[in-house]
Ligand binder design. Structure first.
Ligand SMILES: Cc1cc2nc3c(=O)[nH]c(=O)nc-3n(C[C@H](O)[C@H](O)[C@H](O)COP(=O)(O)O)c2cc1C
Length: 199
């Protein structure tokens, strides 16, 4: 197992969305560490809304069929002709990494913790997972899209309609993608104010 000692600020600054990822993917122990880091996210009421569905190997390929079928069904619902290229993309897009984790938020009825905060906890979990993967030397990317709002895909994941898919987290080793990355915007212009009382 690779143990890295990346400083937290270095991990935050160096994490970038990597569109093409290959082998090696995080192994079982590395994945456990990534998901354990995710589940350490701040979680109002300790409701533990995080659910992780691991897709790899045959599962990754087969879930592509779920995404394609969902696309075809969305087209049928809307009365539009499906596009072959789009159907192909839905079926194959998970192949952009050897390991994909679907992060979902399972809704609790709580008198004190609104649903938005449960989803926010899952967003914090996603970032923890991406940073943990970065610290372990892996590339990653958080993706969403229409599939995240498709009830059929939720059902395929064993979720209820009131639950939410927060994203597809892709993990692996960065492959060259020919992209020129814009440097990060690091200034805080317009983002920060200090509130000062009138008197
Ligand atoms: C909720 C969420 C959904 C995202 N969905 C997509 C997506 O569907 N496709 C995509 O290319 N990037 C997606 N991203 C990644 C962002 O586009 C990416 O983080 C942004 O371009 C900044 O790049 P960086 O991650 O390298 O800083 C998503 C990010 C978030 C937080």
């Amino acid at each position: 197992m690779v143990i890295t000692r990346m400083d937290l600020f270095e991990a935050i600054a160096s994490r970038r969305s990597i569109a093409r990822l290959g082998e090696p993917a995080p192994d079982d122990e590395q994945l456990r560490r990534i998901l354990a880091a995710a589940a350490c996210a701040p979680d109002h009421g300790e409701l533990r809304p995080f659910r992780f569905t691991v897709l790899r190997g045959p599962g990754l390929v087969a879930f592509g069929n779920v995404l394609e079928d969902a696309y075809l069904a969305r087209c049928a619902d809307r009365g539009v002709e499906p596009m072959a290229a789009k159907a192909d993309k839905e079926r194959t897009k998970l192949g952009r990494a050897p390991l994909v984790v679907v992060l979902s938020a399972v809704r609790s009825m709580s008198a004190t913790v609104p649903w938005e905060e449960q989803v926010a906890a899952c967003a914090a979990a996603a970032q923890n997972a991406l940073l943990a993967a970065t610290a372990l030397g892996f590339g990653s990317m958080w993706r969403t899209g229409e599939v995240c709002y498709d009830g059929r895909v939720k059902t395929a994941l064993g979720l209820r309609q009131e639950d939410a898919m927060v994203g597809f987290l892709y993990f692996g080793t960065p492959l060259p993608d020919g992209r020129v990355r814009r440097p990060r915007v690091t200034d805080l212009d317009g983002l920060v104010q200090e509130w000062i009382p009138d008197h």
